[in-house]
Design a protein around this ligand. Structure first.
Ligand SMILES: O=C(O)CCC(=O)C(=O)O
Length: 282
């Protein structure tokens, strides 16, 4: 782990904003150089997906299990400006449980925009089976913004601020109207948006002339099953122990996912050595 991560820990203001709004914009995380490498990697994966799955160039791509597909994606796993926010919110008992990238080309001229977006909370049946609402957080996603989404018509990730604590999403009776609080997140290329899995969110329509490129990294507690195949075995040898933890390793096998010993969770010792035991969540 890059020691500079300690300079980017979650501040009290960021924590309060995340708890209140259910999301947090981290501006300027990526350098221009990293951004170019990442866009080239995204473009290679997109071309491969289009070719192998027969998806026309004008159509959306949503590809799961991407983190292991390009070397440029690996540094996103424990990025020193982002992982400290994740451990600040979820604690040390974390893993990556999901990664996917979405590419939205501009919609064709004459596209009739539906009145409502596809509002949802993340993680499928978790929302149905986890019991009464508001439910526990369990996971969050980091959305890596690779193209300019500083205007609201670029397929922006759109959220209903504060809805992570709601029991349900009540839409207007008039079906031609969407939720009045819908907020497209306007972000620049190189920004990262963290969002709570419970927040009602959706991808917006890309009516601009810019193809949107975005990659999502989902972090959860280690006892949650991954939401995609997590094809990362080929990377384990080049990963340090904390990266291995984040990729789902457990020295003590299945038991170590619910009752971890220290060797199952090297992030815990790393944090405790630098911040003191008192800084750790129980
Ligand atoms: O396309 C988007 O910005 C929304 C993505 C989304 O809904 C998700 O990651 O669950």
């Amino acid at each position: 782990m890059d020691e500079s991560a300690l300079q980017h820990q979650l501040t009290d203001e960021e924590r309060a904003a995340f708890e209140r709004d259910g999301f947090l914009l981290l501006p300027g995380v990526l350098s221009q150089e990293d951004l170019l490498d990442l866009i080239a990697a995204v473009d290679r994966v997109t071309a491969d997906v289009r070719a192998t799955q027969g998806i026309d160039p004008g159509r959306k791509v949503n590809e799961l299990d991407v983190v292991g597909r390009e070397p440029a994606f690996l540094p996103l796993l424990d990025h020193p400006k982002v992982l400290p926010k994740v451990w600040g919110i979820l604690g040390w008992h974390i893993q990556l449980y999901h990664s996917h990238m979405i590419i939205n080309p501009p919609l064709p001229a004459g596209f009739e925009r539906p009145a409502r977006l596809g509002w949802h909370q993340d993680s499928g049946r978790l929302n149905l089976e986890l019991g009464p609402r508001p439910q526990p957080r369990v996971s969050l996603k980091a959305a890596w913004v690779f193209t300019d989404m500083s205007e609201p018509d670029r397929g922006n990730l759109t959220v209903i601020p504060g809805s992570h604590t709601w029991a349900s999403l009540d839409l207007p009776e008039d079906e031609t109207l969407d939720h009045p609080d819908a907020q497209p997140i306007c972000a620049n290329a190189g920004d990262v948006v963290l969002f709570d899995r419970r927040i009602f969110h959706a991808g917006n329509y890309n009516t601009s002339d810019i193809t949107r490129k975005i990659l999502f990294m989902g972090y959860s507690y280690r006892w949650l099953k991954p939401r995609d195949n997590m094809t990362v075995g080929h990377l384990m040898d080049q990963c340090d122990p904390i990266q291995q933890q984040l990729f789902g390793a457990s020295v003590n096998g299945g038991f170590g996912y619910t009752s971890p010993a220290d060797e199952d969770v090297p992030l815990k010792a790393w944090l405790s050595e630098r911040l003191g035991e008192g800084a750790l969540v129980e």
